[in-house]
Design a protein around this ligand. Sequence first.
Ligand code: IPE
Ligand code: IPE
Ligand code: MG
Length: 255
Amino acid sequence: MSNTENQLKQLLTTEVKIPQHVAIIMDGNGRWAQLRGKKRVAGHKSGVESVRTTVATAAKHGVKALTLFAFSSENWQRPESEVSVLMDLFMFVLTREVKRLHKNSIKFQVIGDLTKFSSKLQKMIKESEALTTENTGMVLSIAANYGGRWDIAQAAKVLARKVERQELNADDITEASLHEQTSLAELPELDLLIRTGGDYRISNFLLWQAAYAELYFTEVLWPDFNEAEFTKAITLFDQRERRFGQTSEQVTNKN
Ligand code: IPE
Ligand code: IPE
Ligand code: MG
């Protein structure tokens, strides 16, 4: 049996600590396509299959929240033709996949500044969120036109408005009150942040939320990220010791 098959078997049969909230920077679509002599957009299309597998794998392992970085606030700077394909793909996936998510009790939401999207796409997003809002299974958040700095700035704006309306004193602003206004505040803390595609950076993803997340980087390009690769990341998470500023002895004695 191969190493990954073993890990998969171990994960399904023994008590491995499962991260409650996993986020993924799905990178490497363009390079995957170029390596095959295809256009970059072929990589994005193929990446959709990995999204499907990843959602199913996360739900199967009992992950409570899965957050996927689909389009960053910086990605608008790509060639117009590529942006346009990505938007079409987003709409296509919404039409085709949301019913399936709903059937599987998954709650779907999109985070990011949605005002930049076409009104048709915004409407589809709202309808998809509404359809699945009562679902009690895994929460799937798609980050679209999302930026970590934007997220912190928009949270600050909400609090500033409260101060303006005299509902809040500036002195009472705390980490907790700012946190409440950031995206994903209602979900469990981010446990594991995965980046595929071989780069070692956050690219303005969940800056606030990743404060104590475990980071996992893999060379695997997103279209090649499958159940075995995801399982590998989850197994590795189980082996990490999360100290949250304490000593190893302190955290070991607690358990
Ligand atoms: C990630 O793959 C998908 C998006 C950013 C939309 P890329 O398109 O960045 O692929 P590479 O990094 O160029 O290979
Ligand atoms: C990060 O990938 C954004 C998404 C995966 C949506 P990029 O390919 O845009 O990141 P950089 O530009 O290489 O940092
Ligand atoms: Mg990239």
